[in-house]
Design a protein around this ligand. Sequence first.
Ligand SMILES: [Fe+2]
Ligand SMILES: [Fe+2]
Length: 228
Amino acid sequence: MVSMLSILEKISQDKITNQSDSSQVKLFLVRIIETPSIHALFLNTISLMEHIGSRKILLTQSNEHTTEFILRHASEEARHALFFKKKIEYILPNLNLGYSNHELLAGLSAKIYFQKLDATVRKSIRQMNLSHSNRTYLNYLYTTTAIEIRATYLYKIYNEVLIQRNFGFHLNGLLAEEEGHLAEMESEIQRLDSESKVRLDQLLQQEEKLFRKLWQKWKDACDLVSKP
Ligand SMILES: [Fe+2]
Ligand SMILES: [Fe+2]
């Protein structure tokens, strides 16, 4: 069997080959943090995405096969959601935001990104001969892996910006946890799917298209909020 390119290797390879993309991302993140009202909405949006991740794990993976990894993953994603929500206090105190669309940066698009990625994975594994529990498990593994590769890439750049600007918080611990999740999910994907390398490459290309749409919506939302 062709061994799957390590997910973590893939992240660093992409980072090197897409230097211009990374500088664009950095410029945009700098723009976000320079406007406190936008930064607060952005943090709340990432909090929502972590929360959706945690909720998805608990909704789909609570069964007789629930392992220590599943419980740890769900609880760490819930903690990440809380982490980002609490950091809003550093930017604009006493906002007490919920997750309504007007309290998020292009919130509807962020939710759609998640749903469409989930549907894309479901379609990709539809023809595989799997039990119901292995199907939902593999769906969770691929969807979460694609999102966490994206999150790790973005968080690394966001972290650099936060540290350079002395923001008073950083993502070092959170990044270490995300990388741990990726390594564990990678070995489970390889165990369950002999076509994992090809499938993951295809899914990551589809995720890229979905994320570019979300990215554009974030930019549009920033323009709207920045307007006097
Ligand atoms: Fe997370
Ligand atoms: Fe994670």
